[in-house]
Write a protein that binds this ligand. Structure first.
Ligand SMILES: [Zn+2]
Length: 569
């Protein structure tokens, strides 16, 4: 009786326990000839203590077979392990070598991993390396690699990414069971680079959402995501040919952005004069000083030959040339014809020598005089000088603006002196309210020549490319099918295939075919938006939503229609 009670009690306790966090097995490499595992602390392989282990595959041949003609099937493979004291262990065929960490992470190449490693020979007679660790620890090495916390450092966006990544792994446990692991470590699955890529904000996003996955009708969803949808996400059906009720097109907009005004106390009509004013250059002497070159005074005259000799000697002292005039002309420092203006030559000098040190960034926020920009993928903060020269770029024009407004997402060319911006040129974000407007790739442009187009379409066997037209557009305006026409055949191409053939960042684009006077194709310009397949969560859109105050739940429910969040452990 007492035993029965105890058993019932134990059963009750077991039932009350929340389900445990699963262990995941990540295939780090499926095709290695050799693998070197290291650790700062000694680990153990078959009772041998070591700090390094080099795994290789070797062919084992029976000495009796030496004179015989062997068949491939007669070859036998073994795994050898060389330890740090040069001992070589031979691993029996078919067995797995498991390495448990002992006080320090296990390392392969430049990467370090939480949890255990397993190395074994696969059916291809190469080595497979598996990292086994608790799911949440795995996510710490995924989230910062799928959405950069440096560039897109918003906690709620990272939390949405953590839930999407957790949902992905939960749904795909056992996907590569036959290969001895659950999922791979590359973008074919989701990118996992281990412990050295962990980031405190991304880790917080993982721990804050521990165990939470997105479900639809009780099952974990196929949480697809892509970098930048370009304004509107696309139906899964139109890209992957499979209707999925929660992967449907949605406008990538959260709160309509409020334009924020700016003003400056100073304005100079011509931006070239503006550059010279900011550089404080009105003479050759000042230009030399601005560039950190010895001051050689002013040229004897603006007559081309004399000016060319002076400019070459002062600004290109190490260049040897037989004709200063042709050198200066090749550099584009003098106008092709007409009179020489002093300001023009000074501007061209600064421009050709990149002395103004232009930088480019995407505006993420603007408060009073402080401006945040993403520059080369890094968030940076600057103060805009009260008398900064501000220009709006429209085509090749740069219009002086004493006042105006920005909504975020503007592409800005600027000079910084310390953290102060004395001059900037912005391209207006055409009232684009998309939450993903902060992506540098929200809009892009690609040009291909006729030869490049023929090469791109070679696998279609259409002969020479002559024309292209979109047959059907999805809600995001991505072409679902496109007809590509050549001299020999015409083919209908689905969106992802077209994107791959043309090597584009996204299939969301419009195009202009350039033709010569006889109508023959000479090239094509493509004007696109977005980066990725455009289905599911838009990662930069998630960042934009988070900037505007959305929670991770708002973000996930926006991009995955009709889902619920559920804590599974
Ligand atoms: Zn988007």
């Amino acid at each position: 009786m007492r035993q029965l009670l105890l058993a019932v009690l134990l059963l009750l306790i077991a039932a009350a326990q929340p389900p445990a966090e699963p262990l995941v097995r990540i295939g780090l490499n499926q095709n290695a000839a050799t693998i070197a595992v290291r650790s700062a602390a000694p680990f153990t392989i078959a009772q041998h203590s070591t700090r390094a282990a080099i795994f290789s595959t070797a062919v084992a041949i029976d000495p009796a077979a030496e004179a015989a003609a062997l068949k491939k099937a007669d070859l036998q493979y073994r795994v050898t392990v060389e330890l740090d004291d040069q001992t070589v262990l031979v691993v029996p065929a078919g067995s797995r070598v498991r390495i448990e960490p002992a006080g320090a992470p296990l390392e392969i190449d430049t990467r370090a991993y939480r949890g255990a490693l397993e190395v074994f020979a696969n059916a291809r007679h190469t080595l497979t390396v598996v990292n086994e660790l608790p799911l949440e620890e795995y996510l710490r090495g995924v989230v910062p690699n799928e959405l950069s916390p440096v560039t897109f450092g918003q906690l709620e966006a990272l939390k949405a990414q953590a839930v999407a990544a957790r949902t992905y792994i939960d749904r795909n446990l056992g996907q590569f069971k036959n290969e001895g692991y659950d999922v791979c470590a590359t973008d074919t699955c989701q990118v996992y680079f281990g412990a050295r890529t962990e980031d405190p904000l991304a880790t917080q996003a993982v721990t804050d959402t521990r165990g939470v996955v997105a479900i639809y009708e009780g099952k974990p969803i196929n949480a697809l995501y892509s970098s930048t949808c370009g304004g509107r996400t696309e139906d899964a059906q139109n890209i992957f040919n499979e209707k999925v009720p929660y992967l449907v097109s949605t406008l990538c907009e959260y709160k309509h952005p409020k334009p924020r005004p700016f003003s400056s106390s100073r304005s100079i009509a011509s931006w070239k004069d503006g550059v010279l004013a900011v550089a404080r250059v009105s003479t050759f002497s000042e230009a030399a000083r601005f560039m950190g070159l010895p001051d050689r005074g002013e040229p004897p005259s603006l007559e081309p030959a004399a000016l060319a000799a002076f400019v070459r000697q002062t600004f290109y002292p190490t260049v040897a040339t037989s004709s200063d005039l042709s050198f200066v002309n090749e550099q584009g420092l003098l106008p092709a014809a007409g009179p020489v203006s002093l300001g023009d030559v000074l501007f061209r000098l600064i421009d050709r020598k990149n002395a103004f040190e232009w930088q480019q960034g995407v505006l993420t926020s603007w408060e009073g005089q402080r401006m945040r920009l993403i520059v080369n993928g890094q968030p940076k903060e600057f103060t805009v000088a009260p008398d900064a020269l501000v220009y709006q770029r429209i085509g090749e024009e740069r219009l002086p603006m004493k006042e105006g407004a920005w909504i975020g997402g503007e592409l800005i060319d600027f000079r910084a002196e310390g953290d102060t911006i004395p001059l900037l040129i912005y391209r207006i974000n055409f009232a684009n309210p998309a939450a993903d407007r902060y992506s540098r790739l929200a809009t892009w442009q690609v040009h291909k020549t006729k030869a490049e187009l023929d090469a791109a379409f070679a696998s279609l066997a259409i002969g020479e490319f002559t024309d292209m037209r979109f047959l059907e557009l999805g809600p995001s305006e991505r072409p679902v099918t496109t007809e590509v026409v050549g001299t020999a055949a015409r083919r209908t191409v689905p969106a992802l295939r077209l994107r791959t053939l043309l090597g584009l960042r996204d299939s969301l684009f419009s195009f202009d075919i350039e033709r010569n006077a006889r109508g023959a194709v000479i090239g094509m310009s493509m004007f696109g938006r977005g980066w990725g397949h455009g289905v599911g969560m838009c990662q930069v859109g998630a960042y934009g939503m988070a900037l505007d105050g959305a929670t991770y739940e708002d973000i996930l429910k926006k991009y995955y229609a009709g889902i619920e969040l559920k804590k599974i452990y």
